[in-house]
Write a protein of this length. Structure first.
Lengths: 328, 328
């Protein structure tokens, strides 16, 4: 099959071996895939990953290999699916997405010891798959994985209607997080650097602010700040915007070991919450009910065989989502 | 009056002006005071503090100036007291210790714009004072402030009986934190570098471990880790000992801006809780009921006029609590 394979560098391989089905797993024909910042970091060496890149996808179930002693699969060949990226062995006691996401025996789709989705076919445990409702297009479904990560914020932190909440960063993840937080009754402000990106939120009635204006607002105004910049400067600004005893949610990974003002975390008694993968079903519901707009984030699309160019494009400053059309 | 005063350096001043009583405040004759690591940091320049150093004390109320419209004071002259260090203006809406500790208008005893307790007299708002029960000696009462800070951990974090909890660091604060956590039903391990210090805990039936052995224990074993070393290496070890989705409590302040692995906080979905000043009444109860042993931490005592030497002594490696006898 065709695949974008990461070894010393990323290359398009027209003859990569197709995945072998394992008990309890499905083979999925990938139709569309999304490029994530993590893919760009993996190319730079993060996690030391080798194999087929990619973890954001929508596809059609090609075949199923039931587990010998397991329950009958509820997903059938021909169905359109998205898939959670953390895969655990059949024998693992982890029974739900929340346990699987931190299972020490997990492999992670296109990130850690498991071939990913920038290919004609991929494989995943049946328990990882979620049927995509007809109301959700392929272009939307490809956003389910990062949208689920945004939902994880409200899964972990209780946002009260009276809470003043800021999302810092207007990259792909920041825009999705702001839209998910806007589904709550909290008093939300999205803070970023790019007028064009913030406009996507403004058009949905979300209050936005340039990061250059953030200095002018009352310091320590926010009860909760969600850090989506992944930069030490963003971490520090987030801390300064937060009231004493507030909650700082970290969504982004950071390059290297950034310097962080741990003393002020103690003095201000801040709670820092690390937040990563999230629940797929709420993300699918938000899309089906048109409560978030993800297609405005699509900046470009490429066929699979031009994938190396697609990833270069995704790495340019200011670019939001780049899609790969595997089957067009 | 006599006082240890920090300006460009720390000096003993035999003729420092006595504090002027203000409405709603008491003048307290200090009998005994304790030297804290924060005092040593203030001498190095932390907070840019200038004035009388010291915030851990026990004393006797000398005089009271009631507030014009306030309730009658429940503390009377001649009573033995300890005092919370965060002082707010009479008009502040902060009504309890928890609000005062983060009130933006607060001054802090011997730390931030308020003369401290290494002197014959000090002053504090009446609401900050707590009567010391007869069962608690002066040597014990002088530990109430740091013991309250240790109590703040269990005030902020629910430690379940099934939780595996580690305290990292066997300095003064680490030893107090371990003893307070040992009052819960959690499965506790204190980890440090100094056999003699850990012995204080061992003798109270607390499991201890050398930090050099920490590598041999099952990684990611602990549900909660309390970081009391204040070093970047301690922060990193704490993170590594913690299970995914565990809670890391930061008790110490850090010199400068340490490097911190924020990425692993996200990947492991760790919650970091900054923890500082705590409630005095529980600390007094623990002392009155002999549920903690603080006097074993006393390494030396000096008269006030030898205070500069006392602080030098307190700064030597391996030294635990050094006391100042103001009135002996």
């Amino acid at each position: 099959m065709r695949a974008l394979v990461l070894s010393d560098q990323l290359t398009f391989n027209p003859n990569y071996p197709a995945p072998t089905p394992a008990p309890g797993e499905a083979i999925i024909r990938v139709t569309r895939a999304g490029i994530c910042n993590t893919d760009l970091e993996l190319i730079k060496g993060y996690m030391g990953f080798r194999g087929v890149l990619g973890h954001e996808f929508v596809g059609v179930v090609e075949s199923i290999t039931p587990a010998p002693a397991g329950p009958l699969p509820i997903i059938r060949p021909g169905e359109r699916v998205v898939g959670e990226i953390n895969a655990v062995p059949l024998a693992s006691p982890s029974r739900d997405w929340h346990q699987r996401a931190q299972d020490p025996a997990r492999t992670t789709l296109g990130i850690d010891r498991r071939d990913g989705v920038f290919a004609d076919y991929t494989r995943l445990p049946l328990v990882n798959l979620h049927r995509v409702p007809d109301a959700v297009s392929d272009d939307e479904a490809v956003f389910v994985e990062p949208l689920a990560a945004a939902c994880q914020i409200v899964q972990q932190v209780h946002l009260k209607p009276t809470d003043r909440v800021a999302v810092l960063g207007d990259g792909k993840l920041g825009l999705l997080c702001a839209q998910v937080l806007a589904t709550t009754a909290c008093d939300l402000t999205a803070i970023g650097k790019h007028a064009a990106k913030l406009d996507i939120l403004k058009q949905r009635g979300i209050r936005t602010m340039q990061v250059s204006e953030a200095g002018s607002i009352e310091a320590r105004r926010f009860d909760v700040v969600v850090e989506c910049t992944g930069s030490p400067a963003g971490f520090d600004l987030a801390r300064q915007l937060l009231r004493p005893r507030g909650t700082l949610v970290l969504k982004s990974t950071y390059e290297g070991l950034p310097q962080a003002n741990l003393t002020m975390i103690v003095v201000d008694e801040i709670t820092v919450v690390g937040s990563r993968c999230g629940p797929f079903e709420p993300a699918l519901r938000l899309l089906a009910h048109k409560r978030v707009d993800v297609t405005s984030l699509i900046h470009a699309r490429y066929p699979l065989h031009e994938g190396v160019r697609a990833l270069e494009h995704a790495g340019r400053p200011g670019v939001l989502k780049v899609l790969l059309d595997i089957v067009s």
